[in-house]
Design a protein. Structure first.
Length: 282
């Protein structure tokens, strides 16, 4: 029976390989299209960057799920070990000079990547809302941090959307997707990875205006990956006509998450790991 069906077996195998090849080529074509679209978009944004928009100071907020690599990304951006890699319950703010610019980075507590916002503790949601006020008058950009070495599912898209929108719908025009663990890509381009991952990640990248960047946190000595990231922030601000995310204007609904008792100034604020409200009231 096996001998008699040998020809049919090889025919099915050949058809399967052909289908796989067609699928692969489609993904490659879409990856090239995305690459060209992003390249053209960046060229347009660069035309708006003049001396007034070459920012000497940059303010960044890192948002993402637990274990996404936010703290490591903050260390890579600042070029030194400023953030504790252990899970933090409160926002942490650090500053430093990077490529001749004064850079402020705010790290935040993460959410469970597969669970909706309803399952996130109220204190974590409050810290997310507070984070934008830790770098007044507001961040130039919010980085949505995502691991590139872990498959990205629809539940994660829903969780990311719900948690970012604690800061209001306006946050999307100031958001860049920041992929961590870039060394795991190997020879694969980030554009090909986005297409290969499927609709969930594609939708999220498009929601962020096709703005994304890859960091290899294991190669923090590579200054070019950070300088290019800062350039992308310049381009984002230029695209927003110099506007930043202003919490007082853009995040009014999120402020309702803050209970009145949190407006009491703490007697002994923790060094380097303040709740946002304690900073505002100092």
């Amino acid at each position: 029976m096996v001998v008699g069906n040998r020809g049919g077996h090889f025919e099915m195998k050949r058809e399967l390989l052909e289908k796989i090849e067609v699928w692969r080529r489609k993904k490659e074509d879409k990856a090239k299209e995305l690459c060209m679209r992003v390249k053209k978009q960046r060229e347009i944004h660069r035309t708006f960057i003049g001396d007034s928009l070459h920012l000497s100071e940059l303010r960044i907020v890192l948002l993402g799920s637990r274990d996404a690599g936010k703290s490591s990304a903050g260390n890579t951006i600042l070029g030194r070990e400023e953030f504790d890699l252990r899970t933090a319950a409160q926002c942490v703010k650090r500053q430093g000079e990077v490529a001749g610019r004064q850079v402020t980075v705010v790290d935040t507590p993460g959410w469970w990547k597969n669970l909706p916002v309803e399952y996130t503790p109220e204190l974590v949601k409050q810290e997310i809302v507070f984070s934008a006020s830790l770098c007044p008058p507001g961040p130039h950009t919010v980085f949505l941090v995502i691991r590139v070495d872990v498959s990205f599912k629809e539940e994660e898209t829903n969780a990311a959307e719900d948690h970012l929108e604690l800061l209001s719908e306006r946050v999307w025009s100031h958001t860049i997707v920041l992929f961590t663990h870039g060394d795991c890509l190997g020879d694969t381009t980030i554009e090909h990875h986005i297409q290969r991952e499927g609709k969930a990640l594609q939708w999220l990248v498009e929601k962020c205006g096709n703005r994304f960047h890859v960091l290899n946190n294991n190669n923090s000595g590579d200054a070019t990956q950070v300088t290019e990231l800062l350039e992308k922030i310049d381009e984002l601000v230029a695209a927003n006509s110099g506007d930043v995310f202003y919490p007082e204007r853009d995040c009014k609904e999120g402020i309702n998450l803050i209970p009145e008792e949190m407006f009491e100034k703490p007697s002994l604020p923790l060094k380097g790991a303040h709740s946002l409200l304690s900073i505002l009231l100092l």
